[in-house]
Ligand binder design. Structure first.
Ligand code: HEC
Length: 267
């Protein structure tokens, strides 16, 4: 009897550990507030991106994030997919400078970007990027929502997860915890010490569609934008998923009818 209890107990602990693991990961190190899940327009089988939201997300990226983060694989013309016209994309691209060359003298030179160019690199090279960011290169964000558990939810929580002072729960969990100079405390970053300072503040940006740019709104819009950048084909994939589901339902119906037919003959 007690043996059985032991086995059940061990199983419960194992299940608890497995179930608890992602949440612990998400919240930086398993202590402190839990990651808040958001409802996203692209959730679920019928989910779609909201172009309006993605354009606001682009405004946040352009206004704030692009000075440190590149989005490899993205080209300015991709912005047409979120509702900008060809002319608008030309205008947007021209606000950026990209390296070209060599010219007839063998020199590289900078020129305004065109829609066919990839997103501009914020730093000339990794060494300069590290110098500017306390020894860490700001990562390419084009696949960040796929590279991290909880994708867009993680980015959202990370952007809002800053604390001015190391909270009590962190020092309670680890009395030796201290922030190195140049690091900020972030509840959702693994290990809590992040080299990216807080970015989203009230009043830092104005949206062109008139939406109020609260930190929560900006976090949500830019997270959705990064989700789109990582998975622009999501809607087609869901469309295919729906087709497969419909096919399976129809197939089940046909097989069921066929089976009834067979049984009818058997009687
Ligand atoms: C001043 C430069 C700077 C700006 C501006 C900036 N970041 Fe960062 N970001 C960094 C650095 C540096 C890191 C690496 C942090 C580390 O590894 O400690 C980082 C890391 C990240 C990460 C990855 C965290 C992880 O799990 O590895 C995300 C996501 C991110 N930034 C999103 C953003 C978004 C969105 C914006 C715009 C709202 C933005 N950043 C603006 C410097 C910046």
């Amino acid at each position: 009897m007690s043996g059985l209890k032991g086995i059940i107990g061990a199983a419960a602990v194992a299940v608890g550990l497995v179930a608890g693991a992602p949440a612990a990961l998400a919240a930086g190190g398993g202590h402190g507030p839990e990651l808040k899940h958001q409802s996203w327009t692209f959730d679920g089988l019928f989910g779609r991106y909201s172009e309006k939201q993605l354009r606001r997300g682009w405004e946040v990226y352009e206004g704030i994030c692009k000075s440190c983060h590149t989005l490899d694989y993205m080209h300015y013309r991709n912005l047409e997919q979120i509702g900008y016209t060809e002319d608008e994309v030309k205008e947007i691209a021209a606000r950026f400078e990209v390296q070209d060359g060599p010219d007839e003298w063998g020199d590289m030179f900078m020129r305004p970007a065109t829609p066919l160019d990839g997103f501009a690199e914020p730093y000339e090279n990794d060494a300069i990027a590290m110098l500017a960011n306390g020894g860490v290169v700001p990562p390419n964000l084009s696949v960040i929502t796929r590279a991290r558990d909880h994708g867009a939810d993680y980015v959202y929580n990370l952007l809002l997860g800053y604390e001015d002072e190391v909270p009590e729960w962190a020092t309670e969990a680890d009395p030796t915890f201290s922030l190195a100079p140049g690091k900020s405390f972030n509840t959702f970053f693994p290990g809590y010490a992040i080299s990216m300072p807080q970015q989203l503040f009230e009043g830092i940006l104005e949206y062109s569609d008139g939406t109020e740019a609260t930190p929560e709104q900006m976090a949500k819009d830019v997270s959705a934008f990064l989700q789109w950048a990582a998975e622009p084909e999501l809607e087609e994939r869901k469309g295919l998923g729906r087709m497969v589901l419909l096919f399976l339902i129809v197939l089940t119906g046909v097989l069921f009818a066929y089976k009834r037919e067979l049984w009818k003959d058997a009687h």
